[in-house]
Design a protein around this ligand. Sequence first.
Ligand SMILES: *Cc1c(COP(=O)(O)O)cnc(C)c1O
Length: 347
Amino acid sequence: MQQIEIDLYSDTKTRPTQPMREAIAAAEVGDEQCQEDPSVERLLVRTGSLLEHEAAVFLPSGTMANQIAVLVHCRPGDELIAHESSHLILSEGGAPAALAGVMIRALQGPRGLFTREAVREAVRAGTRHNPTSRLVVVEQTANVGGGAVWPLDHMKQVVEEARTHNLSVHLDGARLMNASVASGLPAGTYSRMFDSVYVDFTKGLGAPFGAILTGSREFIKKAWRWKQRLGGSMRQAGMMAAACLYALDHHVGRLREDHENARCLADLLTGIAGIAVEPVDTNIVFFDVARLGISAETFNDALKLRGTRAGIFGPTRLRFVTHLDVSKEQIQRAAKIVAEVATGLKS
Ligand SMILES: *Cc1c(COP(=O)(O)O)cnc(C)c1O
């Protein structure tokens, strides 16, 4: 493996900082499965109040959080509505079909967003011939949509439309805190309109572990049963919760730096011939190398040889994600490497 000095593959690449490791080492712990872990309980109360929901449950991963939400909201044969580029459809191993027996209605729309009209048109008629429309899933920020922030009014309209048809609404808020920092709106302003919300601690927040699912007390009671069934109940998980608490104290406000770095990176890439840069809202920068006449893979291989890397999201589409472990200076260096590679590889 090549040495990757500037890892822009994802904001999951962060390693716990020294003070975070100290918080982990000092954590008060108990048996999480019996709800006796004081650090986990503290994190749940804090996150529930941040997201303006009654109750919360701690989970090992975001995928488990999303899938438990699907399992609680839906019955086999139901249909869920989500954007075609959503994590739930693209990156969770086909779990809605494999675990919940749920059908998917995938919507289109620019930047990972869809409209209330698209929801209206997707809802099934409700005859015995149809699957039953049951759930709408919104992703904030829309990752593969370019880290796009759903504007509050747009989101409200989609949720209102879902309510009109008696559908449940779930928010995949893996990067909800990025949306909150970018828009200046409290996370709860987005989350409280949903029946269930998942937030992640291993993305921009820089913890090594942890996702939280929130909702009503009744929803979380059902979620706990699925957590037990799926093997997500834990023991001294306070060590992980301590990292998440540390992240809430120290790593939320600083997301602003990641956003500035992403914008700076996008500006620098825009000046490079043959690179088409997509709009940037938060910490994600998508770009396309089609005009260089080479593949995303070839381009990324050349980046890796020079100590940096992107994620690949199509034949010629790549993604950079800024995070805690990438400095402003490294962003400038990464842009120089892109320029070098673009010049060297032009066919
Ligand atoms: C990372 C992510 C998830 C959860 O993925 P895990 O790998 O299980 O942590 C869900 N939704 C989005 C939008 C994500 O970026």
